[in-house]
Design a binder for this molecule. Structure first.
Ligand SMILES: Nc1nc2c(ncn2[C@@H]2O[C@H](COP(=O)(O)OP(=O)(O)OP(=O)(O)O)[C@@H](O)[C@H]2O)c(=O)[nH]1
Ligand SMILES: [Mg+2]
Length: 333
């Protein structure tokens, strides 16, 4: 098609591609949610339906955007982690951030009445978004630790603050009383003055919410037979667990699994040249990887994840040592 004389304006668009082979974190945050929470009579410090709505929006985002492997939310914010191998919108920052945040905000409005059947939405909620690259697995984990620690610190403070206020003091008095106190003093204050065992406060408030794809049985009706079929699917599931310690990551090794892409054209050439039967394709792949990875790690473990339709193999390498040394990266041979 002939180009118009106006076409040159495209050159003004800046390239905002994000660094390859890095974890991408899109963090969205409610704009002016202090005012929004007041306008909608949210319970202080934690409004259960409000938080459930945030979680439902995060699930909606994860159902739509498969590249999101994990999401973490607290208060009016949510972080979405895209796998380091993601090539969503060829990793263009503005496209990724704007898609995630608009999907989230639209879901917030769309799902509002389900969570607040008695409350009218007073005005459109708004969220901002940023996207940050994290080069190593430990950087990514530290990022998530930072958000969960923030949740803990804020929740302990806010729980104390509102207990003091509800006991008849002014907000200024509560602020003055809490200034300079450490966590153990706040715990003690809650217990001795207000009869609250902080550990009994719902985990959702203390730990925030993490959404991961968990395997579950899903029942649906077959379009062909009309009969019920049960399938095992990985569906976004909301948990309120510790993500700072090892346990969460140890029990979900697939989260940090490194995905390596190999162009199958190359493999096919190899097969042709070496006259290897096609069913041996997997062996060839492993062969190549053993050669490639030998210099780095003797205990290289490989597993074929899936053969995608776009002529790429996805192979995962799960040697912890290799992951920690950050020598695993998407590779084209
Ligand atoms: N009452 C109530 N307020 C909440 C709840 N969750 C979030 N908020 C409010 O949302 C605020 C979130 O903090 P910020 O993001 O720093 O404040 P903000 O008003 O959204 O300001 P900007 O993000 O800078 O636009 C909290 O300070 C609370 O006032 C909740 O469950 N209950
Ligand atoms: Mg905010």
């Amino acid at each position: 098609m002939a180009k118009s004389k106006y076409e040159y304006v495209k050159q003004f668009e800046l390239d905002d591609s994000l660094l390859p082979n890095t974890w991408l974190v899109v963090r969205i945050d409610g704009r002016g949610f202090h005012k929004f929470a007041t306008a909608h009579g949210f319970t202080k410090p934690n409004d259960r339906p409000g938080l459930d709505l945030m979680n439902a929006c995060a699930v909606a985002v994860m159902k739509d955007i498969q590249d999101v492997v994990l999401a973490y939310g607290e208060s009016d914010e949510y972080s979405f982690v895209l796998h380091r191998s993601s090539n969503l919108y060829t990793r263009r920052a503005s496209k990724i951030a704007s898609t995630v945040v608009s999907l989230f905000a639209a879901s917030y409005v769309f799902l509002w009445s389900r969570h607040f059947p008695e409350k009218t939405l007073q005005y459109p909620p708004c969220f901002d978004a940023r996207v940050v690259c994290y080069p190593s697995d430990s950087n990514l984990r530290d990022y998530l630790c930072w958000r969960q620690a923030d949740c803990h610190i804020n929740n302990l403070y806010n729980t104390c603050f509102w207990e003091i206020v509800h006991s008849g003091r002014s907000e200024k008095e509560a602020e003055d009383e809490l200034r300079g106190t450490v966590a153990s003093e706040k715990n003690e204050m809650l217990f001795s003055r207000f009869g609250i065992n902080y550990n009994a406060v719902p985990e959702m408030f203390r730990k925030g919410s993490v959404v991961v794809r968990e395997e579950a049985e899903v029942t649906s009706l077959s379009a062909k037979t009309g009969l019920e079929v049960v399938r095992r699917k990985r569906i976004p599931t909301v948990l309120h667990v510790d993500i700072i310690g090892e346990e969460f990551w140890k029990s979900r090794p697939e989260l940090l699994e490194v995905v390596i892409m190999i162009n199958t054209d190359h493999i096919i050439n190899l097969i042709l040249n070496r006259d290897i039967e096609s069913f041996k394709i997997i062996e060839v792949l492993i062969d190549i990887f053993v050669k490639l990875w030998d210099p780095y790690s003797k205990s290289c473990r490989l597993s074929i994840l899936r053969m995608a339709k776009d002529s790429y193999f996805y192979v995962s390498e799960i040697t912890l040592q290799a992951v920690e040394e950050n020598i695993c990266y998407p590779l084209s041979v």
